[in-house]
Design a protein around this ligand. Sequence first.
Ligand code: URA
Length: 304
Amino acid sequence: MTPNPADMAEILAWYADAGVDIALDDAPIDRFEQSKQAAAAKAVKSASSKAVARATGGGTAGGGQPTQRPSPPPSPTSPLGGGAAAAQMERAIPDAGVVERARELATGASDLAALKAVVESFDGCNLKFTARSTVFADGNPQARIMLIGEAPGRDEDEQGLPFVGRSGQLLDKMLAAIGLDRTKVYITNVLPWRPPGNRTPTSAETDICLPFVERHIELVAPDLLVFVGGSSAKTMLRTTTGIMSLRGKWQQVSIGGREIPAMPCLHPAYLLRTPNHKALAWRDLLAIQARLAELAAGDESEAT
Ligand code: URA
């Protein structure tokens, strides 16, 4: 029975709330059917190896003819199905040179406009094929302070700008609390493309995009970096230490031959879910504000 439009709208809203808000293939994939086929193939395989063992009088190891391996069904955990999506998965597997290619392209970009053009035309990361936009940056590239988030979400993908959804609105409020806004900060993400359904990016995807964000930082040459959230902090600091241990402590990163102080802080999306940790975020904001004040004082004393 075909569901009526109201039921269909409700089902779609349910999917959207769960983060499933884009179609990755033309036709739906019946994962239940795939599991049934996989179970049936397993049963056939087990029956045929028992028959071979009986016929050869041996056990399962050694003796008989190798049994024909049934071809595996598509992985039930794969986010993509057949057809166009399978082609995307092919492209998703990075060849050994793709990170090197990204690095060469990034290094060759002599200014932000060139880097933006290079990122927009780069086809080596599968995330690009499911994203609507390449989200490059927002804010003031002359700013002293540069914020690095994880990856665009749905709103960012739609609008082509970082941190414009609910968590972005909270980020704006956090910045305002220490006298900053988007004319006084520059904002980008480790990944310029939204992972489908906001899934966690794979390490291959992150490795491919890292040369771009590093060159981005080098070209902006900020005095301070803020790593927004655990994923950004771990990637940029090349550590597995969790954000609860990293946050609130100034770190140092070496990019393009410069040492830049960097503050890891809690992600506003996390703070929306865990508001009682806003006090920790406030402490980190105050540390950033104090550091900016020191830099401004240094400028003044140099000028006099
Ligand atoms: N979360 C991020 O890390 N970056 C964005 O741009 C939006 C949400």
